[in-house]
Write a protein that binds this ligand. Structure first.
Ligand SMILES: *Cc1c(COP(=O)(O)O)cnc(C)c1O
Length: 382
């Protein structure tokens, strides 16, 4: 039986092994250590931010980022409905209320026109708006040219959820640097991984210092254990930071592989009417996941049909994120909707996109798609 081809498996090898073993042998197995600081400064340097704080997950980074910009219990926080649940969870941790906003159907990123209307409405209702959290969906940056001035005008802090977008740019500027604070994820399926981890990046060193403090149980600098407030156990371990440093060395190569893969998908699917690549024209994306949208009326099949065909051949695909406003846990939340996210959820499919995919695996995926198209379109593909 053929081995399962996964969507975005970790891409690790001898370099990661050597960094990890070196960290282990250095004796810095306990949480803090030189790799942790080096990893933070490597990332800060790459993005050009004043600093960075490494934590145990992207979700933890989001939580600390929202606390850092002053989100309080009862605040409203503007969140895209099309995102991974972590974005909204971090809002809930604080006891703030997410308000979900629909996406631009062409990009999957938050609809800026809707955000502008919502900010006006919320202000006229006298709501305290704690933050707006745009998400750089599947590795393509949100429209910060429009979002950033909106936030400045409304006096609302922007927290960029760049968990999927490390290495992407928007008009030449790196993902993660568009808000007051940006959040990265190094989860196992992301563009680079520490097996689990996340980071806050910002120019606000006071915010970063406070996040670092809160991430280590808010322990005061005393010989005994002294705590003035409730902290969290969120710090990244030194061993995982070493893994991250090795991954960062290889990041551009891994992005190039994902980009090449997306270009190949684009070529394969170009002749198929009704099938498009999401964000195909974004040349600055990190191409984390290749997403197709399928218009059944034009091609005669649904995204699900292709998913089933590939699953039978042990090839993993996933729908795009199920919108937050459809999640039972958020049934009480307010939303501003156009139907765009629901359509993407119904018609979208993420294809195997990992940089660790081997040439034979890629060939297997393409042969399986070809076979599907040949049957569905009566051999319409070249
Ligand atoms: C992965 C992800 C996160 C959370 O990151 P973890 O490291 O898994 O906690 C947050 N937001 C988005 C949009 C993500 O894709």
């Amino acid at each position: 039986m053929s081995q399962t081809i996964h969507l975005s498996p970790p891409d690790v090898g001898p370099l990661e092994e050597s960094y990890l073993v070196a960290a282990l042998r250095s004796g810095w197995v306990a949480p803090a250590g030189p790799d942790l600081q080096a990893f933070e400064s490597d990332i800060a340097q790459r993005l050009g931010t004043g600093g960075a704080v490494a934590v145990s997950s992207g979700t933890a980074a989001l939580h600390l980022a929202l606390l850092g910009v002053g989100v309080r219990p009862g605040d409203v926080v503007v969140v895209p409905t099309l995102t991974f649940v972590a974005t909204a969870n971090a809002v809930r941790y604080i006891g703030a209320r997410p308000v979900f906003v629909d996406c631009d159907p062409r990009t999957g990123n938050v609809d800026v026109g809707l955000v502008a209307d919502l900010l006006r409405q919320l202000r006229s209702r006298g709501e305290r708006i704690g933050a707006i959290v745009p998400v750089d969906m599947f590795g393509s940056c949100a429209d910060y040219g429009a979002l950033a001035p909106l936030c400045v005008e409304a006096g609302v802090p922007l927290v960029e959820d760049a968990a999927e977008a490390l290495g992407a740019n928007h008009r030449g500027r790196p993902a993660g640097t568009f808000g007051h604070v940006g959040v990265l994820s190094f989860n196992g399926n992301k563009i680079m991984t520490t097996s689990g981890g996340g980071m806050l990046v910002s120019d606000d060193t006071a915010l970063l210092d406070r996040a670092r403090h809160l991430s280590t149980q808010a322990r005061e600098p005393a010989r005994h254990y002294e705590h003035r407030e409730t902290g969290y156990n969120y710090r990244l371990s030194n061993l995982l930071a070493a893994l991250g440093r090795a991954q960062l060395v290889r990041l551009d190569g891994m992005i190039a592989r994902r980009r090449h893969l997306r270009d190949q998908y684009a070529k394969l699917l170009a002749p198929v009417p009704g099938v498009e690549l999401l964000n195909a024209e974004d040349t600055e994306s990190n191409c984390w996941l290749t997403v197709i949208t399928v218009e059944r009326e034009r091609c005669g099949w649904r995204a699900d049909d292709l998913a089933v065909h590939l699953a039978e051949r042990h090839i993993e695909t996933r729908p795009v994120w199920k919108p937050m406003h459809l999640q039972p846990m958020h049934a009480d939340a307010e939303s501003v909707l156009t139907g765009a996210a629901e359509r993407l959820f119904a018609d979208g499919l993420t294809l195997p996109s990992g940089s660790a995919l081997t040439e034979p695996q890629i060939a297997r995926v393409f042969a399986a798609i070809d076979e599907f198209l040949a049957v569905r379109a009566g051999g319409a593909t070249a």
